[in-house]
Ligand binder design. Structure first.
Ligand SMILES: O=P(O)(O)OC[C@H]1O[C@H](OP(=O)(O)OP(=O)(O)O)[C@H](O)[C@@H]1O
Ligand SMILES: O=c1cc[nH]c(=O)[nH]1
Ligand SMILES: [Mg+2]
Length: 209
């Protein structure tokens, strides 16, 4: 069974509090989401495999290490997942980026896919599906299905805020997937919003409503 990790680094928790604040405006919200995504990836990638290389320094030759294997793939779930991509690319500029367009039907809360473009050779990459919100879990379950259909082996899911309902849905449909969150909140309201959550992540990132 995949594991659920709540990343409790003080910087992640501090910035998440600012993100939640309804008085945080679009510009600051966007910057904070990128920063938290970067910090989360820093934590999550601490066990990436390394390989030995030699490198010439100005003074001599050093035995050194580089990350082994093919570069990672990040797959944001549009729209809100886009808000996390630049932060991750700041740390891992060589990562490939796929896109899955999903919106949640406001009546049924079921995900509707409208776009999918993924990097080649997903089976050889560490694949991270990213989306700020894990609510009913429908969007994450669908996105994980799409990357697996294109070859991803044990993709990981990274969200800012989840609720137990969404975590359960992912665990039932994708028991192999590790889930990384900055917080697990209390419940969903009648409109499928996370309470207390942070509101509509896409609208707050892009200034829509
Ligand atoms: O777990 P779920 O119940 O599926 O809900 C989570 C989804 O809802 C939000 O997307 P939304 O449908 O608002 O689309 P947007 O990002 O384009 O605003 C969010 O970014 C997730 O993708
Ligand atoms: O609270 C929520 C739930 C789904 N999508 C959001 O953007 N926010
Ligand atoms: Mg939205």
């Amino acid at each position: 069974m995949g594991q659920v990790h709540v990343l409790d680094h003080p910087l992640i928790q501090h910035k998440l509090t600012l993100i939640r604040d309804k008085n945080t405006g679009t510009k600051e919200f966007r910057a904070l989401v990128q920063e938290v995504a970067m910090l989360m990836v820093y934590e999550i990638t601490r066990d990436l495999p390394l390989q030995e290389v030699t490198v010439e320094t100005p003074v001599g030759v050093a035995s050194a290490k580089v990350i082994a294997g093919k570069t990672l793939a990040i797959v944001p779930v549009l729209r809100a997942g886009l808000g996390m991509v630049e932060g991750i690319l700041n740390l891992i500029p060589g990562a490939k980026v796929g896109h899955i367009g999903l919106y949640r039907d406001p009546e049924t809360l079921m995900p509707v896919e409208y776009y999918c473009k993924l990097p080649a050779h997903l089976e050889e990459r560490d694949v991270y599906v990213v989306d700020p919100m894990l609510a009913t879990g429908g969007s994450a379950v669908a996105a994980l299905r799409s990357v697996k259909e294109r070859g991803a082996q044990r993709p990981k899911l990274m969200c800012l805020v989840g609720v137990p309902e969404g975590i359960r849905a992912v665990q039932e449909q994708h028991p192999d997937v590790d889930i990384y969150l900055a917080a697990v909140d209390d419940h969903l309201n009648d409109h499928g919003y996370i309470v207390p959550g942070l509101g509509d992540a896409g609208d707050r990132l892009f200034g829509t409503k």
